[in-house]
Ligand binder design. Structure first.
Ligand code: DC
Length: 652
C-alpha cells in the first residue's frame, strides 16, 4: 500500500484492546533464551521487531514453539547459544540489535550482525566500548561506531567496573545489564557498570531490571549512576511470563480521547504497569485532559471545557510517547514546547527533523533545536496533507490523529506500522471511523435507504438483519432445533458467511434469495431474541467499522452495537404503509400475497422484536426519527442525508 487516507474525523469514544509491548516482548524473548528452563510467553507482540528477535534466536539454535498467534514456548539454553557461528540480519530492530550484540559478544562464537541502511546509521559505540572493557572482541565492519558488527570469542575479564555513557541510548545499558549475569554466573564475581554521563530514558532501564528480577537476577542500583550485579546469579525461567499491552501504542488512542472528546479506554495496561510510557497520561493531564487509571486500563477524555492547554514539558522519560504529544500540540490553545528529547535524533529516523517537516505540512509553525521542538498550532488545518513517514512506525501512527481536526490526512507508506503495531489502522478505524446507525422495523425501507446512503458517502455497509437471517438459514439447513439457543449460538459464532459485493454467500453458496424467504424471516426473528446469538454476532458486526466509515442497518445498531455512532436514525413507517410495500414487492416477484395476513405478520413481528428482553426494537434517545409513511425512496434518502450532514459536519 502506497498511502492510507484517514478521513476527516469528529468525536471519538470507545475502547481498544492493546497489542503486546515491544519493549517487554523482545526483552522477555532474550531472557527466556538465556535462562535455564522453559518459558511460556503469553500475549507476545506479533510484529516485525519481534519476528526479527524470534528468527535470530532460532538461527542461534534456541528451541521455539509457537502455541498460538501470541503465545510462544522458549527452551532456554542456560546462557550458551548452541549455534557458534551465524550471520544475523536484524532489520531496524534496536531492541534486538543491541542486546544480541552484547549476548553474542559473551557467547564464545563467531557472529556477524547487520541491519537495514538506517540501522547502520544508528550509533552503537557506547555499547561496543563497554563490551571491549570486558575483553570482548567486537569489530566494526563498516563505519567506526556503527553497525554492522562482527564478534569473536575472547577471554572475558570482570576486573574493573565497566564505564559507560548513558546519554545517547538507554538500550546500551539495557544490553549490558541483560547479558552481564552470564559472565557473573560463570565467574562468581559481581559485575559493575558506572555511568559516565547522565542516563536518558530511565524508565526503559526500569523495565529491564524488572524483567531480569522475574528471571531471578537482582541488580543493586545506586541512583542511576552505578549498577551492581552480584555474582553467582543465573537466569531461571519463571515458567510463564505475560506481556503487558503496549503503553507507547496506547498513547495514540489516549490522545484521540483527549482531542476527540472521549472517553477512550485502552485495555491491557494500567496503573501498575512497568512501562514508563504510561506516564504519557500525566502529560495529557498537563494539557487538561481527564484521565482515569485502573488496574488494567487507562481512559482519557477531553478537558471539561473541551480545550486542550499549551504545555512546556521535559519529556526525557517518555521519548516514544512524546511524539504523540507533538501531534496533540496541534490541538492546544497556544505554542507548546517538548524538551530534552535528543534521543529522537538517533531513532528510526531523525525524529525531530521529520516531525518538524510533517507538522508544517498541516499548517503548524515549528521551531527546533538540538534536543527540543516547539509547535504552534495552525490557525486553520491544511486539508489533504500528505504525510511522509520516513520508515518510522510512530510517524505514521501519531499523524493519523491530525484527522481529528476534521480534515482528511494522507499517510504515505502506512505499512511501516508493522514494526510494532501491524493492525494499527484497523484498530484506529474500529474506534474512530464514523458510523451511521439506521434502525427501524421491518419493511420501513431502511435497507434500501441505508445502502443508498452508504453509496453516496463511499462508506462500508452492514446489513445486520442478513446475519440473523443467515444464522437461521444455516441452523435450518443443519437440522438444528431453532429453540436450542446454545446450538444456534454456536452456529452464529462460526457462521461461514461472506458478503461479496451484491452477493451473500453461505459456505460459498449464493443465498441472497434464500434468506429473504418468509420462513427464514420468522426463524431470524426467533433466533434474534436469543441473548447468546446476539452476543455471538457482536464482534463480527463491530468489525465492519472501518475507514472511511460505516452505514449499519438493523434494530440495535445505535443502541447496542455502535452506541457511540456519530449519527443515529430511527427509520419507520406506519404498519399499513409497510405491509403495502411488502405486498407490492411480492406481487412484483409474481408471488401470492394477501394484505391482511401481511399486516398481521408485520404487527406480530414488530411486537416480538419490541418485546424481547435483549436489544428490543426501540428508538434511542439520541436518534433522529424519519417517518417514511408518505415518502418515496429518494425523499427518504434525502431526509437521512440531511441528518447525516448535520451530525457529521466534518464530512461536508
Ligand atoms: O431487517 P431484517 O428483516 O433482515 O431482520 C431479520 C430479523 O433479524 C428480524 O426479525 C429482526 C432481527 N434483527 C435484529 O434483531 N437485530 C438486528 N440488528 C437486525 C435484525
Amino acid at each position: 500500500m502506497e498511502f492510507f487516507d484517514v478521513p476527516a474525523l469528529g468525536r471519538v469514544a470507545g475502547s481498544v484492546p492493546l497489542p503486546g509491548s515491544k519493549s517487554i516482548s523482545n526483552r522477555l524473548l532474550l531472557l527466556a533464551a538465556l535462562a535455564e528452563g522453559t518459558t511460556e510467553i503469553r500475549d507476545l507482540l506479533d510484529s516485525d521487531d519481534t519476528r526479527v528477535m524470534l528468527s535470530a534466536l532460532a538461527a542461534l539454535g534456541i528451541g521455539l514453539e509457537q502455541l498460538d498467534r501470541h503465545a510462544w514456548r522458549v527452551h532456554g539454553a542456560g546462557g550458551r547459544f548452541p549455534v557458534k557461528q551465524a550471520d544475523l540480519f536484524l532489520g531496524n530492530a534496536g531492541t534486538a540489535f543491541r542486546p544480541l550484540t552484547a549476548a553474542l559478544a559473551l557467547s564464545g562464537g563467531h557472529y556477524r550482525l547487520s541491519g537495514v541502511a538506517r540501522m547502520h546509521e544508528r550509533p552503537i559505540r557506547d555499547l561496543v566500548d563497554g563490551l571491549r572493557q570486558l575483553g570482548c572482541d567486537v569489530r566494526y565492519l563498516g563505519n567506526e561506531g556503527y553497525p554492522p558488527l562482527a564478534v569473536a570469542p575472547a577471554d572475558i575479564e570482570l576486573e574493573a567496573p565497566i564505564r559507560m555513557r548513558g546519554d545517547v541510548s538507554s538500550q546500551f545499558l539495557t544490553a549490558l545489564l541483560m547479558t552481564l549475569p552470564l559472565v557473573g554466573a560463570l565467574s562468581g564475581r559481581p559485575a559493575v557498570i558506572e555511568m559516565t554521563t547522565e542516563l536518558i530514558s530511565k524508565p526503559y532501564v526500569e523495565i529491564t531490571l524488572n524483567l531480569m528480577a522475574r528471571f531471578g537476577v537482582e541488580v543493586a542500583r545506586e541512583g542511576w549512576r552505578r549498577f551492581v550485579i552480584p555474582g553467582g546469579q543465573r537466569y531461571r525461567s519463571p515458567g510463564v511470563a505475560h506481556v503487558e499491552g503496549d503503553a507507547s501504542g496506547a498513547s495514540y488512542f489516549l490522545a484521540a480521547g483527549a482531542i476527540g472528546g472521549g472517553p477512550v479506554r485502552v485495555e491491557g495496561v494500567g496503573r501498575d504497569s512497568i512501562q514508563g510510557d504510561v506516564r504519557f497520561a500525566e502529560a495529557l493531564t498537563a494539557m487538561g485532559a481527564r484521565i482515569d487509571m485502573g488496574d488494567n486500563h487507562i481512559e482519557a477524555r477531553a478537558p471539561a471545557d473541551g480545550k486542550l492547554r499549551a504545555f512546556d514539558l521535559d519529556l526525557n522519560h517518555i521519548p516514544d510517547a512524546a511524539m504523540t504529544l507533538a501531534v496533540a500540540a496541534l490541538f492546544a490553545d497556544g505554542p507548546c514546547r517538548l524538551r530534552n528529547i535528543a534521543s529522537w535524533r538517533v531513532k528510526e529516523t531523525d525524529r525531530i527533523a521529520a516531525m518538524a517537516a510533517e507538522l508544517r505540512k498541516l499548517g503548524a509553525t515549528v521551531e527546533t533545536g538540538p534536543d527540543w521542538i516547539g509547535v504552534s498550532p495552525p490557525l486553520t488545518f491544511v486539508a489533504h496533507a500528505a504525510i511522509d513517514t520516513y520508515d518510522d512506525h510512530r510517524m505514521a501512527m501519531c499523524f493519523s490523529l491530525a484527522a481529528l481536526a476534521g480534515v482528511p490526512v494522507r499517510i504515505n507508506d502506512p505499512n511501516c506500522v508493522a514494526k510494532t503495531f501491524p493492525d494499527y489502522f484497523e484498530r484506529f478505524g474500529r474506534l474512530a471511523a464514523p458510523v451511521i446507525a439506521i434502525d427501524g422495523p421491518s419493511a420501513s425501507g431502511k435497507g434500501t435507504v441505508a445502502q443508498r446512503v452508504a453509496q453516496a458517502l463511499g462508506y462500508h455497509f452492514l446489513d445486520s438483519g442478513a446475519l440473523y437471517r443467515l444464522t437461521a438459514l444455516a441452523a435450518m439447513r443443519a437440522g438444528t432445533d431453532l429453540d436450542d439457543a446454545s446450538a444456534v449460538a454456536g452456529i452464529a459464532a462460526a457462521l461461514p458467511a461472506e458478503f461479496n459485493g451484491e452477493q451473500i454467500l453461505l459456505s460459498g453458496e449464493e443465498v441472497g434469495a434464500a434468506i429473504r424467504d418468509e420462513a427464514v424471516g420468522v426463524g431470524a426473528s426467533k433466533v434474534a431474541a436469543m441473548p447468546a446469538v446476539r452476543a455471538a454476532l457482536l464482534d463480527r458486526q463491530r468489525a465492519y467499522r472501518r475507514f472511511p466509515g460505516l452505514v449499519a442497518d438493523g434494530r440495535d445498531m445505535g443502541s447496542v452495537v455502535f452506541p457511540g455512532a456519530q449519527a443515529k436514525i430511527f427509520l419507520t413507517a406506519s404498519a399499513e404503509a409497510r405491509a403495502h410495500r411488502r405486498y407490492k414487492q411480492l406481487i412484483e416477484k409474481g408471488l401470492p400475497a394477501n394484505m391482511r395476513t401481511l399486516l398481521q405478520d408485520l404487527q406480530e413481528r414488530d411486537a416480538r422484536d419490541a418485546a424481547r428482553a435483549v436489544a428490543p426494537l426501540r428508538q434511542c434517545e439520541d436518534a433522529d426519527r424519519v417517518d417514511t409513511t408518505s415518502l418515496g425512496v429518494d425523499e427518504a434518502v434525502a431526509a437521512v442525508m440531511d441528518i447525516v450532514r448535520r451530525r457529521l459536519p466534518f464530512i461536508n
